[in-house]
Write a protein that binds this ligand. Structure first.
Ligand code: SAM
Length: 229
């Protein structure tokens, strides 16, 4: 079976595998469907203090991760042609389509920023692709990297199992997912829509599509317009 490889460059390697070691992703990791290496950027510092950052050129608050240290850290692990991603609020927003494309490849190399970010020059020098997980600012790239890796590994063959192919999930067909229910038949006076318990598969399918369309139209006009187009 293909071994999808995730290499994470971070100042906090002890944060990994963290949640990626649990549940379906964790089982896939343990069984060798995918592998994870968390490399410490600080190991590439050259001075005895292990310095990885410095003050911003031009002034301003915070610290910037040094280009030379980060470049060495990337060079130590970038031994193949996997995409080199930099988690960054400035990056291209991550989508399910991009996740699916990454999951089809051989893996990812992910750089996690900290502090005020990283020296711009290393982004160009090591051809890092900036990827954002949303329009908000985290204190570091590790949680963003975990989100990206988790979204990818659940799509790897053998990770989700037959019960969840992902084919009908939110975003898979450009729509949000329809509402889901399970037993008990009544919960605090609320019942399951009759169509779902009637046994008519064609009606169930039509109801689910109509609900997926309604939710997408109401909640995500951007996705709805793209779906119509
Ligand atoms: N000064 C930066 C800015 O304004 O764009 C923010 C730096 S943030 C405090 C530190 C690190 O967290 C970033 O370098 C990045 O790796 C990560 N990060 C923060 N928000 C993120 C997001 N929405 N998506 C991906 N990574 C993010």
């Amino acid at each position: 079976m293909a071994n999808w490889r995730a290499t994470v460059l971070t100042l906090f390697p002890e944060m990994f595998p963290g949640p990626l070691g649990m549940s379906l992703a964790g089982k896939g990791l343990a069984s060798g469907i995918w592998s994870l290496e968390a490399a410490n950027i600080r190991a590439q510092a050259v001075d005895k203090h292990g310095t990885v950052d410095d003050t911003p050129a031009g002034g301003g608050p915070g610290l910037i991760m040094k280009a030379d240290v980060l470049a060495r850290a990337i060079d130590a692990v970038a031994t193949d042609d996997r995409p080199r991603l930099l988690m960054s609020p400035r990056g291209t927003p991550l989508t399910q389509a991009r996740v699916a494309a990454l999951a089809k490849g051989s893996g990812v190399l992910v750089v996690c920023g900290r502090y005020e970010g990283i020296d711009e020059r290393v982004i160009a020098a090591r051809q890092l692709e900036e990827v954002s997980i949303g329009d908000y600012v985290l204190s570091g790239g590790e949680i963003a990297a975990m989100a990206l890796i988790d979204a990818c590994v659940r799509l790897l063959p053998g990770v989700m199992g037959k019960e969840a192919s992902g084919a009908e999930e939110s975003f898979a067909n450009g729509l949000l997912e329809y509402p889901q229910y399970t037993r008990p038949a009544a919960f605090e006076g609320r019942t399951i829509p009759e169509v779902l318990t009637g046994g008519d598969h064609a009606k169930v399918k039509a109801w689910r599509l109509a609900e997926a369309e309604r939710l997408t139209r109401e909640r995500r006009p951007d996705l709805w317009q793209a779906y119509l187009a």
